[in-house]
Design a protein around this ligand. Sequence first.
Ligand code: UDP
Length: 239
Amino acid sequence: DPTIPSHRRVLLKLSGETFGGGDVGLAADVVQRIAGEIAVAVRAGVQVAVVCGGGNFFRGAELSQRGLDRARADYMGMLGTVMNCLALQDFLEQAGVSTRVQTAIAMGQVAEPYIPLRAIRHLEKGRVVIFGAGAGMPYFSTDTVCVQRALETHCQEVLMGKNGVDAVYTADPRKDPKAERLEHLTYTEAIVGDLGVMDQTALSMARDNDIAMRVFGLEETGNVTRALEGEKIGTLVTA
Ligand code: UDP
């Protein structure tokens, strides 16, 4: 099958919370550290695509509660993700990694448009491809985009980097002392249990198309490299 990549190819999700360090705006030190960890894996031969969230700037659902039209608010959310893409791109280039940003909303001065075959060529050449502006469609989330982009660019695994947790638990470990850490679970279990892995649309899309996902904690130094290189950290979610 010519669509199966000869090297490990993975898609990393970085949420807006990561980019903002929990605040509004950019936590440059965090982005720089993660870029350095991605660079290590790229030099080891891993092909890396990244989807950036944007919740550190705007979330459409929140803005619409403050009176904005939901669809327009979602476009604001999507534009926010692009700023995160550019920040990651900058620190990756500083770390000596070649990159391309591709956005689902055309903005020729700052990024290429999303062209799947071109994204694959970039990955084959060892460039990190950073996907921005979500799906370009209101009412979607960047989690759903992760699954879609991973499928279309033939990534073997989606790597969900998380803040505040290092795996999937049976309940929120910050609130429930009896919460159990899970090594593995199925998408159906994640959907039924509403375990906060990613949103339900994304989970059912991943299940229906049988792509694996690893949920891991971003904060521990080296974890991004470990996840990219295929170490079995965190929790594996499969169909
Ligand atoms: N968004 C959207 N369509 C997409 C992806 C994102 O409308 O395909 C908007 C939506 O308003 C969302 C915001 O962009 O709240 C930021 O993305 P997301 O909340 O997924 O980022 P994260 O939670 O990862 O920070």
